[in-house]
Design a binder for this molecule. Sequence first.
Ligand SMILES: [Mn+2]
Length: 370
Amino acid sequence: MLYSKIADLKKSVKVDMAKRTKPVEFYEFLGTLKGRRCFVAVLGSPDPDGMASAWAVSMIARSLGIDLPIFGFEVISRPDNMEFLRLLKVPMTMVRDPEILQGYDGFIAVDRQNPWLPKDVKNPPPLLGHIDHHQKSPTGAVFSDVRQNVGSTSTILTQYLEDLKEHLDTNADAFRRLCTALMVGIRTDTDGLLRANSQDFSAAAFLARHTDTDFMYGIMKKPVGERFLDSLRSVLNTMKRTPYLCVAYAGQVAREARDTLGQCTDFLLHSEGVRTVVVFGLIDGDVVGSMRTMDPALDPYPFLVSAFQKHLSTELNAGGRRFAGGFQFEIENLFDAPDVSEEEIYQKVFDILLTRAHRRYVMQKSRSRS
Ligand SMILES: [Mn+2]
């Protein structure tokens, strides 16, 4: 009896080992970058999960003697994310002139469903690696680890750190700051661990040994900024609540205040009776939106694509993971007429979203009846 139990245990350990070859595969992949000029890209508005993950990639590469700079492409506007960057001294360089990317042989993208460099980068280097927890899409990357069954990309990178720790200086101050960053990444992407699963908790347990709690507190409890309050004012004035969707317009939002859309979405999700929220605004001629849901049966990415795509003349730029999604398109792709008022724009977006959500609601009702 006991013997068979031990045999079973050994078997399960073996299976476990086989499952966890990804970090080793990643380490070997990084080794092939030696002698080439590459970088890690934080695409979209840099958030803790993206920045922490990129930093982890860069630090693992450093242990192989490979220099992988971290490049960010959009300005950070959330006060807590700025505090994150400043307190933890994240070694990220903001790319203001895309010319500096000339001469690079390739890049690794983290925490991003559409892992492509911004359009103004001429002759973009190829995508070599892709690590993410959004919906999987074909990218052609040499190394790819994209899993929707974890709450954050930081979870995946923490698994790598744990497996590769013998190669890293875990006593260094930078390692401690990195672990704190990853912990914030896991927490912000799992609604403060409320949506964390066992993999996220295991990762957090490893990080806890190396985390600086004072820093964590300073970042997570940072008060919201004036810009958030500006967007929120418009959101509260325009919001429409139906039993199936709450949608609101945040007004004309400055590019540097883009993150306030996500903050407003989070805020509304905590109001009574609301399960799914979309908040959008106008940023330099684009409609940009953020979606959150508490409904585990609602997959944000297909929802957004099926809502918008048929109304647009070009492909919708959207992405999604469990419980969250985002989208962006140019106003002129939605309207034939050149002169449309701000009100016409947001009313049409309201209509599109509410119609789609209503159709889903009706379908669900009829399914539960049958
Ligand atoms: Mn993420």
